[in-house]
Design a protein around this ligand. Structure first.
Ligand code: ASP
Length: 307
């Protein structure tokens, strides 16, 4: 089977100037190339998704792992999830601190009878795994938080995309040579949120996969949860909708409900798709012949489904 991969680095309000677009494109393409090489070497979709999430978490320009945004109390709490379409198994970690790659915790939980852990329990599990203590804070994020504190955190969401070079929650969906699908998503949250707020990124609303399709979402988590977007698209495809019809219907509903969100996905036939109601989604893909991206499309609701 021809493998496929699509990744995202968030959705939001603007992408700054052209310089920003090129920097983000190079960064996304470099990761897409590495992931496509792994797929060509018969690496499983699940392993490719984990690797892709690690690379995107390590890139400080995106709001996941290193470069995560700060919550209202000035702390970083990260969430991530992984779903293996083959085993139909979801695992995730909610509001974990002081580690480098939250996706590694979600991956370790794939084999656990308790597959979604939060806060104290997640911290204890991180200790059990023996992961090194790591501070994901960057100066840029600290300065953004200090600026927003002056305005009493009046914005609904941090600049997880805005301004060159652009930043955001990350996600990866892959289809491997055996036809297996997997999806992973990782985030620092939407920024300035209340302590204990739970992101969609570690819920089936934001990340879901079966043998029929895999989807990773980004945008305002509450909007994604209200639409139950990832699970909705995947279930539509599983029940017989084409990928195109599932994206059209789901994004028409999200548009009607005035949501601010985006999604990427691949189905079992290798159809790659992305959609958004937000101004921008930073998505890039490799279909086996060429790379493509969503960086310079028009603002507002748009979908792309590869033929
Ligand atoms: N969906 C994430 C959240 O609300 C934020 C994002 O996608 O940028 O936690």
């Amino acid at each position: 089977m021809q493998p496929k991969v699509i990744i995202h680095g968030g959705a939001g309000s603007s992408l700054g100037g052209k310089g920003g677009v090129e920097v983000v494109r190079q960064s996304l393409y470099q990761i897409v190339d590495e992931l496509y090489g792994l797929l060509q070497n018969n690496t499983s979709a699940l392993d490719v998704v984990v690797r892709g999430c690690q690379l995107l978490e390590d890139e400080p320009r995106f709001n996941a792992g290193t470069g995560s945004v700060l919550q209202s109390d000035g702390q970083i709490r990260m969430s991530a999830s992984l779903m293996d379409g083959l085993s139909h198994r979801f695992s995730g970690v909610i509001n974990v601190s002081r580690i480098k790659n939250p996706i590694d915790v979600a991956n370790s939980l794939q084999a656990s009878p308790d597959r979604v852990l939060s806060d104290n329990g997640a911290a204890e599990f991180v200790r059990e795994l023996g992961l090194s203590v790591y501070n994901p804070l960057t100066d840029k994020r600290l300065n953004e938080w200090l600026e927003d504190r002056k305005q009493n955190f009046s914005r609904s969401m941090a600049d997880v995309i805005a301004e060159s070079p652009g930043t955001g929650t990350i996600g990866v969906v892959a289809l491997d040579t055996e036809g297996r699908l997997a999806a992973g998503t990782s985030t620092g949250g939407k920024g300035f949120e209340k302590i204990g707020r739970v992101s969609d990124s570690a819920m089936p609303a934001g990340n879901y996969a079966t043998g029929s399709a895999g989807i990773s979402c980004t945008g305002i988590g509450e909007d994604i949860i209200d639409e139950c977007l990832a699970a909705k698209i995947v279930i539509r495809v599983t029940d017989g909708f084409s990928m195109k019809a599932a994206f059209e219907r789901s994004f028409a509903e999200a548009h009607e409900h005035k949501r601010d969100l985006g999604a990427i996905g691949i189905d079992a036939n290798g159809i790659i798709a992305w959609g958004k109601t937000s101004d921008v989604i930073l998505a890039a893909f490799h279909d086996g012949h060429k790379k493509g991206d969503s960086l310079e499309v028009q603002k507002g609701t748009q979908i792309f489904v590869a033929e």
